[in-house]
Write a protein that binds this ligand. Structure first.
Ligand code: GLA
Ligand code: GLA
Length: 702
């Protein structure tokens, strides 16, 4: 009997019988939303595109269980067999993401409630409570029925548990949730006094005498302010409650069918922080992620940033891109299409960051429903379309990479780690901070981009992971630093680490209690500065300061520290230049402190990307951190290497909208949107030059 409590080892979906391991390639497939006559055409085109896997039954509860306890697997058996006999594997979902009408009609108590007590009614999806014992019973019954029926199916290579937990039901304020939150608080704090201390309930007479007095952060009247400690814990609770529900569903399947690996699709991207996936990743056999592009200038950088964080969360094991879009999505106010070349470039960028599976939402574009305008691999226009053409080209490229040995490689460790912390983001979301314009999430991305502007591709690392094993590390507005984390920072620099810390870091402990004595309270000795106050900036009132100049020719915005003392070991690199009456003139803005064997740079303000790139260039020099040879600000370079045979695959992506010339120091394995110039295409000689065009990429093995 499998020990279901043992820490999970990494397990990756295995190829169908007789097939070789390849980069898995496919997408969400909803055959039950089409007449069966369409299925053969789907398979014909999937084979044309070299599709090897599809995720099926994600939203099929009503078709699988049309009435309570009546299961119809016929259609699903037929399509899984049809796919399988054509060499296309199935990543099978538990179908529990969206309950059928008969369930919610019979049990409206499973519907979640918002902070005003309003019910979330059926009509969309994910209208269920993660903490509802009634919903759980129905969901687990379906999980068991699916497991029983498909446990021996040779074409099912993995379980896709539910879908994007918390995407629409993250915050539930129902009675079920309140009871669960009370229990969660008890498990975390044990005594009501400890909870009162953690939430600082002496403030505004909020003391509680028993855990039954714990209530959810419901509506408190607009313009009033929620207890920050409670709100932070509520966000932790919501992440844990969803995770706990995932574990229950996974366990229900695993008890019957332990042999196939389990995953659930995370939503890791720069602007999204609805669950702390660094606490979920040990509950999946392989990490999978859904990523949707950020339109405009930040497109590639944000994608690479998110893929790097996903790889970090996956502990640098291969991970599965479960969803991305071929072109436009449907859920933004304006759903921009992808530019020429971006479909292929984006997918290959995920591979560069360690994804050994590339999947899209979805295979065939819907004719009806809320997502009919969401792009798909096979658009409304059919197979004779640029999108489908690119999907086929990508299939060839991924095949080529598989044939050329990419699967035995792992992302090469970067020189610099940029730390990301879900809890710091959650704490900076509160409405009574120095400025609501200053959040955590924007800063790790900004630093990733400014480092890339200096030719360095950083690794994005969750705060609990090994950022202190890197040559250099960045703490970008990591607002929460526990005593333990602060000690790690101290140890890292003392032992020779090169650290960059920005304003709004090390402000509070894990209960959002401020470290006293001046900012950054918990590590001011390490960075060698002490700030007495924040100087927020903005233009919501006439005459308020929106920017302040620095002596290095850059400027600060949004928030700056009022640094009133620096350690003797600290060098002032730049100061503010402004009218004396501002109280900021001459105040240190950027410093470097020597601490033990290491150095800690402090950037006491927020800057635009251009200004940060400039400031960073000088700091990198002073800190003795050099960009890898041959790197450039116009090319995002990401490498994967094989420990086995030492082969290195360099993935080169054009970061600009102009052609960029590169010298080829190896064999071009795949490329898109490149100009080989006069040279003969077959000439693979080292040192030749090629142009990578806008949205282009080249993968070079050396
Ligand atoms: C009001 C209240 C005080 C405090 C201040 C904050 O004036 O009376 O308790 O909340 O606002 O500005
Ligand atoms: C999510 C969901 C999919 C689909 C896409 C649309 O990622 O998992 O079912 O709704 O978004 O972008």
């Amino acid at each position: 009997m499998t020990d279901l409590t043992a820490p999970r080892k990494f397990r990756w979906p295995q190829p169908l019988h007789g097939e070789k391991p390849r980069i898995w390639y496919g997408g969400d497939y909803n055959p039950d939303q089409w007449p069966e006559e369409v299925w053969d055409d789907d398979i014909r085109l999937m084979k044309k595109a070299k599709i090897s896997v599809v995720s099926v039954a994600i939203f099929s509860w009503a078709k699988i269980e049309p009435r309570e306890g009546v299961f119809d697997f016929g259609w699903l058996d037929r399509i899984i067999a049809k796919l399988g006999t054509n060499g296309i594997a199935t990543d099978l979902a538990t179908a529990t993401a969206s309950p059928p009408m008969w369930l919610t009609q019979a049990h409206p108590e499973v519907l979640w409630k918002d902070e005003y007590g309003n019910t979330c009614w059926p009509g969309a999806r994910q209208h269920w409570r993660p903490t509802s014992p009634v919903f759980r019973e129905y969901a687990l019954t379906l999980c068991r029925a699916m497991a029983e029926h498909y446990k021996d199916n040779p074409y099912v290579i993995a379980w896709h548990i539910n879908n994007e937990y918390g995407c629409h039901n993250r915050f539930d304020y129902s009675d079920d949730a309140e009871r669960a939150f009370q229990q969660w608080c008890k498990n975390r704090y044990h005594t009501i006094d400890a909870l009162n201390t953690a939430w600082g309930t002496a403030f505004w007479a909020q003391q509680m005498t028993d855990f039954s007095e714990v209530i959810l952060p419901k509506f408190i009247g607009s313009g009033n302010f929620m207890n920050p400690g409670k709100l932070l814990d509520f966000k932790r609770f919501c992440s844990d409650a969803l995770k706990e529900f995932y574990i229950a569903e996974r366990t229900a399947v695993e008890r019957i069918c332990p042999d196939k690996p389990f995953t659930t699709n995370f939503m890791i991207s720069a602007p999204q922080q609805l669950a702390d996936y660094s606490t979920w990743r040990d509950e999946v056999d392989f990490v999978s992620n859904d990523h949707y592009f950020t339109p405009g200038q930040a497109h590639l950088d944000e994608l690479a940033y998110s893929a790097s964080l996903t790889s970090g969360i996956a502990r640098k094991n291969p991970w599965w891109l479960m969803e991305n879009s071929p072109s436009s999505v449907n859920w933004r106010p304006i759903n921009y299409r992808k530019e020429s070349g971006e479909l292929i470039r984006d997918a290959v960028a995920h591979v560069a960051m360690g994804a050994d599976a590339i999947n899209f939402f979805q295979w065939r574009q819907s004719r009806s429903g809320a997502e009919k305008f969401h792009s798909a691999m096979l658009p409304h226009a059919g197979e004779n379309s640029q999108i489908f053409h690119d999907i086929c080209k990508l299939g060839e490229d991924l095949d080529k990479l598989s044939n050329e040995g990419l699967l035995n490689t792992h992302p090469v460790k970067a020189k610099v780690a940029v730390v990301f912390d879900y809890e710091s983001e959650w704490a900076t979301e509160h409405t009574t901070t120095p400025t609501q314009q200053a959040r955590h999430w924007t800063e790790p991305l900004l630093w990733f981009r400014a480092l890339a502007d200096n030719g360095i591709t950083a690794d994005i690392i969750p705060i609990r992971d090994d950022w202190d094993t890197y040559e250099a590390a960045v703490l970008p507005s990591v607002y929460i630093l526990s005593a333990q984390a602060s000690q790690r920072v101290r140890g890292y620099v003392e032992n020779g680490g090169k650290l960059f810390v920005t304003c709004y870091s090390g402000i509070s402990d894990e209960c959002d209690h401020i470290w006293l004595g001046g900012y950054p309270g918990s590590i001011s000795d390490v960075v060698g500065v002490r700030s007495e106050e924040f100087s927020p900036m903005g233009s919501d009132f006439p005459g308020t300061p929106s920017r302040i100049d620095l002596s290095n020719g850059t400027s600060a915005h949004t928030i700056a520290d009022v640094i009133t003392s620096t350690a003797d070991t600290a060098q002032i690199v730049a100061s503010y230049e402004s009218e004396p009456w501002t109280g900021m003139d001459g105040i240190p803005a950027v410093t470097i402190n020597t601490f033990g064997d290491g150095k800690a740079a402090y950037i006491g303000c927020r800057m635009d990307q251009t200004d940060l790139t400039k400031t960073l260039k000088a700091l990198l020099e002073k800190m003795g951190i050099t960009a890898p040879e041959g790197s450039s600000k116009d090319i995002l370079k990401i490498s994967r290497a094989s420990e086995e045979n030492g082969a290195i695959f360099d993935f080169l992506f054009n970061r600009t909208h102009s052609p960029v010339t590169i010298s080829v120091n190896g064999e071009i394995v795949i490329a898109s949107r490149i100009d080989l110039g006069e040279d003969d295409a077959a000439d693979n000689s080292v040192g030749r030059t090629i142009d990578i065009l806008p949205n282009g990429m080249a993968v070079i093995r050396r």
